[in-house]
Design a protein around this ligand. Structure first.
Ligand code: ADP
Ligand code: MG
Length: 372
């Protein structure tokens, strides 16, 4: 299965048409509630190719996005005003609606809210990959009545991730880390059917190590997932786990371990031996998908494993894709974000798309009425 979606060209002549563009302007912000400012405008700039394509062809563009989790109630903290201001600088004349999640109808996928949203519009464009796995009103509602298309960002995500899923060049290697196994079991199960090697680091490695009978001390571990991990490994697929671990001992001192952690010890990173082995596998691959830091990289003592993997991602000749908010942040922090082929704009969405091969937002676009 490949998740084909209509693209901007399928909208026909857009001159004079009013177009609702669902963007992902869920940007990082800081400052007091009444005086928020944007700390990184990457997501706004990322929507410009779509916005400009439409405007160059004479369309009237209005953007709409959610911001944070206001849970259905308007508040100054989650106002779109700072985003609207930045958008006005980058794309003068493009309007932005107020935070979609100020209405409970957005997350509730409410019909009346959708009708209100699409009133006065001729066409709908979804360029919010990071929200395309949610069946929210602004994602699945407009295509029920308006001719619709994927914007450039969404189109590229579908091409890259769909390509990896269906026809990755081999060897195809997946590197998974991050905090929770339970979040990622679905994608692990889908990936082991497709990859040649699955490298596991991050906190989730401890549940796998425990499933092999190792002691993990006080490291993050999900006992209720141990049996599941054991079954996955029994399938005979190539899952590679760490052989050395870096962390702290029972008295809180920095320490290195093998795969058996003593009582009270905590593992916070893969060790140098594991990092070197993972790096070799990435360098020899022809396609690599990476999601989830190899350790608690926010603490410089435990960043080395993630840094080594990021370096290998930058250096390998393989086609490289990174998904996941924290993995992308780590990559950027180490200065390698320009050296990989694709950094996905959606963490949860990229995992769900790799797992299932489709998303509610993509299915909605395919079901939209055609332009007459
Ligand atoms: P992503 O956003 O890339 O999908 P996750 O959200 O799953 O990644 O996980 C990222 C978090 O996992 C980071 O905050 C990191 O500190 C944490 N983490 C990784 N390894 C460990 C570990 N061994 N112990 C505790 N936390 C860890
Ligand atoms: Mg995360």
């Amino acid at each position: 299965m490949s998740a084909q979606v209509p693209v901007l060209e399928d909208l026909g002549d857009v001159r004079g048409k009013r177009i609702l563009v669902r963007t992902d302007f869920n940007v990082p912000m800081s400052g007091p509630d009444e005086d928020r400012h944007i700390t990184d405008d990457f997501r706004i700039r990322a929507a410009l190719p779509t916005i400009e394509w439409l405007r160059e062809r004479g369309a009237i563009v209005v953007c709409a996005s959610h911001l944070g989790r206001p849970k259905g109630t308007p508040s100054a903290k989650y106002s779109m005003a700072p985003v609207a201001k930045r958008l006005a600088e980058l794309a003068p004349g493009v309007d932005l609606l107020e935070n979609l999640r100020f209405s409970p109808g957005e997350e509730g996928n409410d019909d009346a809210f959708t009708r209100q949203l699409v009133a006065g519009f001729d066409l709908y464009v979804n360029d919010a990959f990071g929200a395309a796995h949610r069946a929210h009103a602004s994602i699945v509602g407009p295509p029920r009545t308006l001719p619709s298309a994927a914007g450039r960002l969404l189109q590229r995500e579908v091409e890259v991730l769909g390509g990896l899923r269906e026809s990755a060049k081999r060897p195809f290697v997946a590197v998974l880390g991050g905090s929770k196994v339970s979040d990622k079991l679905g994608v692990i199960e889908a990936l082991i059917e497709r990859v040649d090697e699955l490298l596991i680091g991050g906190a989730m490695c401890f549940t796998f190590l425990a499933a092999l009978g190792n002691t993990v001390g006080d490291s993050l571990c999900e006992p209720d997932q141990i049996e599941h991990c054991r079954k996955l490994m029994a399938k005979g697929v190539s899952i590679q786990l760490p052989e050395d671990i870096v962390g702290v001992d029972a008295s809180g001192e920095y320490a290195t371990f093998g795969t058996r952690l003593p009582q009270g010890a905590k593992g916070f990173d893969i060790g140098p031996g594991t990092a070197a082995r993972f790096s070799d596998v990435i360098l020899a691959a022809r396609s690599v998908f990476w999601n989830g830091p190899m350790g608690m990289f926010e603490d410089p003592r435990f960043a080395a494993g993630t840094r080594t993997v990021a370096e290998a991602m930058a250096e390998t000749k393989a086609f490289t894709v990174v998904g996941g908010g924290d993995s992308a942040a780590a990559l950027a922090e180490f200065g390698f974000d320009d050296d990989v082929d694709h950094v996905s704009t959606g963490g949860g969405a990229s995992l769900e798309f790799l797992e299932l091969g489709d998303l509610p937002g993509l299915a909605a676009l395919r079901g939209a009425p055609r332009v007459r």
